[in-house]
Design a protein. Structure first.
Lengths: 242, 263
């Protein structure tokens, strides 16, 4: 009897987490370079005592991980000189206080030292480290292979790397961290004047949200029904006259 | 439930998005206006189960882990400096820049501001000024008795005085370019100030490498594209709606839980 309450409870806990992930996807529908996520559930078999062999296992549900859909988002032309997007598999490398981080959000700008930095001010790295646009040069162009040049010639080349996707973890601010060493990307192209949009499909997320709500509702029904059963059992047992 | 606050961060972001879009639409007919765009970032993630930790003593690893995000925040609202359409006006003091570069304007405070709006006029002293009466730098004064003023694409200002057959060069306009135009600080009245993010201004002759040419008798319209703005407005509105739906659903789920203890 208690097991059905616990099964309902595990279902509700995982559904809540699923709902949190869906709402984060929906909130980030306009975030550049955002990759949607989905939880993975697994059956958790727990042995119980029962006379009938077929009833000796109860299956609970457990969330086991989050998978990230790394497919490309739509390309948005902005025409801004320092907006770049990575086409194909690859990340730009950003230096933060905590070490190297990876991003697909190519909305870049110059800081006071004329370095190319992200919206948060973290320098974007080239083969030779940070990229500084020398004073007096203003016409920045970025080639498909990541080469940055001004009217006076090339300055550097953006590092575009791939990282084993299972080691990536999101850090917020459109940054990813990884413990695995990055390797140079082979199939990636840099497009200047464009930004990669979020790959969240609003329709899919809304449908999943409805599914979650209904599943939550039905697990609530299970809990209610079990509760009724326990209450009725107690009432009936109380009526027995000796 | 975390999804309530996540969705409210999404609603706030879309509200700002609509603010930016409405400012673009309001300035659709502003000379030299450059449209803006809101840029968003995801917020911190909570790692509930780390990826790469071992799931047994046989050295099996959890490949994905569980990370739950906490919503969205605005990273920046920046300006897109693409060329606007150029419209003929036949006014000799209307100047448009075709390509990169800003006109320099001396503010009453002594600072130099930059503008793409070349709707200039002459003040009482014959000086070339903006619609607000701020002097254009370098200062250009049209002498009395001028019958015809020509500004060539290289920015030379030529005046034909009454009774003369040749033009007199009365000044040279120059343009300012920035490494990161999106980093300019908008002051309103079509004026911008240089910031650390934009880099210092590089001045040059119009028409030289890296600078646009000056067109006399034309004005640069705003670069707002009505269709694009309306499409973004619809997208932003729908995204707002979806976030509010998330709040409704989370609320319903909480209600279901609350109803569990009805007896």
């Amino acid at each position: 009897m208690d097991n059905s309450l616990l099964v309902g409870l595990t279902a509700q806990m995982t559904l809540r987490r699923n709902m949190e992930i869906i709402s984060n996807n929906i909130a980030n529908v306009s975030t550049s370079g955002f990759k949607r996520e989905a939880p993975v559930f697994e059956q958790l078999l727990v042995p119980v005592e029962a006379a009938d062999a077929s009833l000796r296992e109860v299956s609970f549900v457990r969330d086991w991980g989050v998978v990230r859909d790394m497919s490309a988002g739509a390309m948005l032309q902005t025409g801004s000189q320092l907006d770049v997007s990575v086409q194909g598999e690859g990340f730009l490398v950003v230096r933060t206080e905590a070490g190297e981080r990876f991003t697909r959000d190519g909305h870049l700008k110059l800081d006071a030292q004329r370095r190319i930095v992200t919206a948060d001010g973290h320098p974007v790295l080239s083969d030779g480290g940070e990229v500084t646009i020398p004073p007096g040069e203003s016409d920045v162009s970025i080639a498909a292979d990541g080469t940055i040049s001004t009217q006076l010639g090339a300055i550097g080349k953006f590092r575009v790397v791939t990282v084993p996707s299972h080691t990536l973890r999101k850090e917020g601010s459109n940054l990813y961290a990884s413990d695995a060493p990055p390797s140079p990307a082979t199939g990636a192209r840099i497009v200047q004047g464009a930004i990669e949009r979020s790959n969240v499909e609003p329709v899919v997320e809304m449908t999943k949200m409805i599914e979650v709500m209904r599943a939550y509702q039905s697990s609530t029904e299970i809990l209610n029904a079990t509760d009724d059963l326990i209450r009725k059992a107690m009432q009936r047992l109380g009526e027995v006259k000796v | 439930m975390r999804s309530l606050t996540i969705a409210s961060s999404g609603m706030l972001a879309q509200q700002l998005n609509v603010d930016v879009i409405s400012n673009n639409i309001a300035n659709m007919n502003t000379t030299g206006f450059k449209r803006q765009r809101a840029e968003f970032q995801d917020m911190l993630y909570q790692t509930l189960e780390r990826m790469g930790v071992s799931s047994s003593d046989q050295n099996t690893l959890i490949p994905t882990g569980i990370q739950v995000g906490s919503g969205v925040r605005t990273a920046s609202v920046y300006r897109i400096m693409g060329q606007g359409n150029v419209q003929p006006t036949e006014n000799p003091y209307d100047l448009a820049v075709e390509g990169r570069g800003f006109f320099r304007v001396r503010m009453p405070t002594g600072e130099t501001a930059y503008t793409r709006s070349g709707a200039f006029a002459l003040n009482a002293g014959g000086e070339l000024v903006t619609a607000d009466g701020y002097a254009v730098e370098p200062g250009i004064t049209i002498p009395d008795g001028t019958v015809l003023v020509t500004v060539n694409p290289q920015g030379q200002v030529l005046a034909r005085l009454a009774g003369q057959t040749t033009d007199t060069n009365v000044g040279q306009l120059d343009l300012a370019a920035f490494a990161n135009e999106a980093g300019l600080d908008a002051q309103g009245s079509n004026l911008f100030l240089a910031t650390a993010a934009s880099g210092a201004a590089q001045t040059g002759t119009p028409g030289s490498t890296g600078f646009g040419a000056v067109r006399q008798g034309y004005l640069e319209l705003s670069n707002v594209n009505a269709v694009q703005e309306i499409t973004s407005l619809i997208t932003a509105q729908r995204a707002y709606e979806m976030n509010s739906k998330v709040i409704t659903v989370s609320d319903e789920m909480l209600q279901m839980t609350a109803r569990l203890s009805r007896s």
